[in-house]
Design a protein around this ligand. Structure first.
Ligand code: ZN
Length: 270
């Protein structure tokens, strides 16, 4: 499943192809993904020029010079293909640019979404109003986490996955950040010390930025035929490493919290 670094890498890859370009074709090839695709999406974007690409949580945003923003979510299996050799059954949106590139949004499982939102209204778009600050950009500090976690008995890992507290954080990077901050993922959030929360607030952007850097290094070949954006291999300290040794001499353990796997080292995460 694409997490925030994959979405950020995708946006940066799309930026190379789309920024400043006029869209000569924007064609949805079905009426819905996870939810309905706006019926006028193709009509409103065809002929428009792309003026900015950015990201909010795990949504990619493509602003046009007509005041509309294409909002895409990759769901479980979505990816953008640059100049695909041929269009397949799972390519649900086709975009062509005035300099001859063609892009396809491919999503076999169709848990993704496509929306068209007025750019000036993005901040109050319902999906964005309900979520917390971005984990990159400095808004998530130890002090801020302390305030949000005060009195909470839920496990700190589960609260970090709550999009109302931090937007866009997923299972992998929550596990990795808790490991870096040496926090037991089972610990009641309200009982984590301020010192550990300061460490956590630093670890969250660090693990994300490292993954984004790894993804960025894969973008060089973006114009290759059938180039897929945003998926890359990464190495993790604890995620997916059940039974492997930790640098501290302990062994990485897997438990299930809220239906999701948690990987951690009981020896050094307290
Ligand atoms: Zn350890």
């Amino acid at each position: 499943m694409p997490e925030l670094p994959e979405v950020e890498t995708t946006v940066r890859g799309l930026e190379r192809v789309l920024l400043g370009r006029r869209l000569t074709e924007v064609t949805p090839r079905r009426a819905d993904l996870r939810r309905a695709i706006p019926q006028d999406l193709g009509q409103r974007l065809t002929g428009a020029r792309v003026v900015r690409l950015h990201r909010r949580a795990k949504y990619g945003l493509v602003d046009s010079d007509r005041g509309d923003t294409l909002v895409f979510h990759l769901g479980m299996s979505g990816r953008w293909r640059i100049d695909p050799g041929e269009i397949g059954a799972h390519d649900h949106l086709i975009i062509a640019t005035d300099d001859g590139h063609r892009l396809a949004l491919n999503d076999p499982r169709r848990f993704g979404s496509l929306d068209l939102v007025r750019t000036e209204g993005l901040a109050v778009w319902p999906a964005f109003m309900a979520i917390g600050p971005e984990p990159l950009g400095g808004a998530v500090t130890g002090k801020w986490l302390k305030e949000r976690f005060a009195g909470r008995v839920a496990a700190v890992k589960l609260l970090l996955l709550d999009q109302r507290i931090v937007a866009g954080l997923g299972n992998i990077y929550v596990c990795e950040a808790l490991f870096r901050a040496r926090i037991d993922p089972r610990k009641a959030a309200g009982r984590v010390s301020r010192v550990r929360l300061d460490a956590l607030a630093a670890a969250i952007p660090a693990v994300l930025e490292e993954a984004i850097a790894a993804g960025g290094s894969t973008l060089r070949d973006f114009a290759a035929p059938d180039g897929d954006l945003g998926y890359f291999s990464k190495t993790f300290d604890v995620y997916g490493r059940e039974g492997k040794s930790c640098g501290c001499g302990g062994v990485v353990k897997r438990i299930v919290q809220g239906g999701r796997s948690t990987f951690f080292c009981p020896n050094c995460q307290r």
